[in-house]
Write a protein that binds this ligand. Sequence first.
Ligand SMILES: *[C@@H]1O[C@H](CO)[C@@H](O)[C@H](O)[C@H]1NC(C)=O
Ligand SMILES: *[C@@H]1O[C@H](CO)[C@@H](O)[C@H](O)[C@H]1NC(C)=O
Ligand SMILES: *[C@@H]1O[C@H](CO)[C@@H](O)[C@H](O)[C@H]1NC(C)=O
Length: 278
Amino acid sequence: MNRVDCLLLLLLLAMSLNKTTFGKVYRHDIHSKLLKHHRIWRGMSSNTGNNYGGWLLYIKNNNDASIVCGASYYSPLLVITSANCIHPYTYDTNMSVEPTARSKNSEDYFSLIDTIYFPPGFKYLDQYMDIALVRLVKPIKGKLLEFISLCDRPLPDNTKLMSVGWGFDSMDVQPMSLEPTNSSVIVQNLKQCLATYTNSISSGTIFCATQPPDKRNCRYDGGCPVVYKNKLCGIVSWGPLCRDTRYPSLYTNITIMRSWIKDIEGKVLSREQVKRRN
Ligand SMILES: *[C@@H]1O[C@H](CO)[C@@H](O)[C@H](O)[C@H]1NC(C)=O
Ligand SMILES: *[C@@H]1O[C@H](CO)[C@@H](O)[C@H](O)[C@H]1NC(C)=O
Ligand SMILES: *[C@@H]1O[C@H](CO)[C@@H](O)[C@H](O)[C@H]1NC(C)=O
């Protein structure tokens, strides 16, 4: 895609993101003291409608208005994404996190990034512990926004999961879509999966899933979520792009990273309490 096409696409994207979305509308914006269980996504039909529940976010580089990572809203000040995806922007000060579910007059529905937490075992360009928690400067506004809860059950091989994305990491396959779209991916046996790769893959915290054979139906954008029964079970990790769907895709296993997430969440909450007392 050339530069002009790309700018046009970003413009169209900005316009479509400002469209009014219908669905359940909460009475209040999210504030930093809100307990997250009051606002958990419970599925497409029960909450804010066909917009991925209001928890699907994207991270934007404001310097060139490009979307760099997908992300999930986890608690008022915390967002979950892929460590490999966000790592190149660690010291970039002009990055914002924005919602996909918007209502009218939503120009100020975003937050800048305060801190990015990486797990101690993570190394850039490796799949091990490929997850980052982004701490927001302030909660993201919006009466359609909700949080997603974490996966809490084993997922046997052949389980069908929902993967969501725009295609911003596979623009050589087709232009990215203006609205997020979903596709089904199927959990694959980890040993079988690793055997398809000739290069070595760090397998400690990942699971594999097969993409639909038609690469136009493949959704594999860095940091984007994979969902099962309305819970966040995986994050798109560093892996093969949609160009060659014979290779299974790699996802960070949220169940394995749960305790690290809870640990950071505890630290962020206690920092907030100290700030409020002073
Ligand atoms: C961030 O990007 C916006 C849009 O390009 C620009 O107007 C603004 O000055 C930038 N802010 C900083 C702090 O670089
Ligand atoms: C992820 O890890 C958990 C805990 O080890 C395991 O039960 C689960 O099957 C793994 N795979 C997926 C796809 O969640
Ligand atoms: C997934 O996409 C299909 C169209 O490809 C759509 O009919 C369906 O509603 C979507 N599912 C969800 C859960 O959004």
